[in-house]
Design a protein around this ligand. Structure first.
Ligand code: GLU
Length: 305
């Protein structure tokens, strides 16, 4: 069992440089990939490769009830169709539940988590948890597990969005690491795997900006090094909503991979590339990659499907 904090990252070989760039694309299979996911995949890939880094695909499938049938296969087929090659074997978080449980144990030993029996109804409309169960000393079995947050402000410099800060206690409150139904929360799994896979950089959509302080804080408690973050502007539909599975964004048509790659790079304001096979297009996109050209906003202009 991995019990001693911090967990040793098994995927980093002895002597390997932790400071080298390691990036990732970490989709949740809650629906097929859409154009917004492609933007994240392209940007994370080009940024890693332009830094001579490694790029890893990870499937974030701990929320088993929300897995959409067939979407894992669609993601894997999309990786092939767009010539996105993961530099390590693709991992699936649902195969790693014992690792996340062992991290909860570590936090429990340090008295940094507690069992919570509050239902969603009891929490009311204010989503900031009011510490109802913090000092009740409830048994951990079959309860949600919350992380105690301190009354501190966490800030980070986002490579596109600039400085971003949250007061943990006032703005966010104690947050769930494991749900009462046993599902490991994204916040925990993402922090643990980014560390264990030796990640140095996170490139993802600006919809996840507000999660970052929680993740930095949890990483700090576990003694993990801090990552560099870049939150990309989101592609919006004609209703002004971000493209998402919930908003019924169109699944990527894998037979149109070259055209879609062109569009994704255009959406990121990169210099035009030639229409070619996806592997050659990606090579050219990496050679021309310029972060400064990406709009430093949280939303892209224009409409996408
Ligand atoms: N799995 C998350 C999603 O698909 C992304 C996680 C991340 O990039 O940190 O929205």
């Amino acid at each position: 069992m991995l019990n001693n904090p911090p967990l040793t990252p098994p995927m980093i070989k002895e002597g390997e440089n932790r400071m080298a760039y390691v990036g990732r694309f970490a989709p949740s299979p809650t629906g097929p990939l859409h154009f917004g996911s492609l933007i994240t995949a392209v940007a994370s890939y080009c940024d890693a490769k332009a830094h001579q880094g490694r790029w890893i695909v990870r499937i974030e499938d701990t929320d088993i009830p929300r897995i959409y049938p067939g979407s894992e296969e669609h993601i894997l087929r999309a990786m092939d169709a767009f010539a996105f090659e993961s530099d390590t074997k693709i991992i699936f978080q649902k195969d790693r539940l014992d690792i996340y449980e062992s991290v909860i144990e570590q936090l429990q030993q340090k008295n940094l988590v507690y069992a919570c029996q509050c239902t969603r109804k009891m929490l009311g409309s204010n989503h900031i948890y009011q510490d109802t169960c913090r000092n009740l000393g409830l048994d951990f079995k079959d309860q949600a597990i919350r992380l105690k947050v301190e009354d501190v402000e966490i800030c980070f410099e986002d490579r596109l969005q600039g400085r971003h800060c949250s007061h943990l206690k006032q703005d966010l409150g104690d947050f769930i690491l494991k749900r009462r139904d046993g599902i490991i929360n994204y916040q925990l799994a993402v922090v643990v795997d980014d560390y264990l896979q030796g990640m140095s950089h996170v490139v993802r959509g600006a919809d996840l900006l507000d999660n970052t302080e929680r993740q930095i804080y949890l990483g700090q408690l576990l003694g993990y090094p801090r990552l560099q973050y870049m939150h990309l502007p989101l592609a919006m539909n004609d209703q002004g909503q971000k493209l998402s599975k919930q908003n019924l964004a169109q699944a990527l048509d894998l037979s149109q991979a070259p055209q879609l790659l062109l569009q994704a790079l255009k959406a990121l304001h990169q210099d035009p590339i030639d229409l070619d096979t996806p592997d050659r297009m990606l090579k050219q996109a990496v050679a021309q990659w310029d972060v400064e050209k990406i709009p430093h906003t949280t939303m892209l202009q224009g409409h996408y499907l």
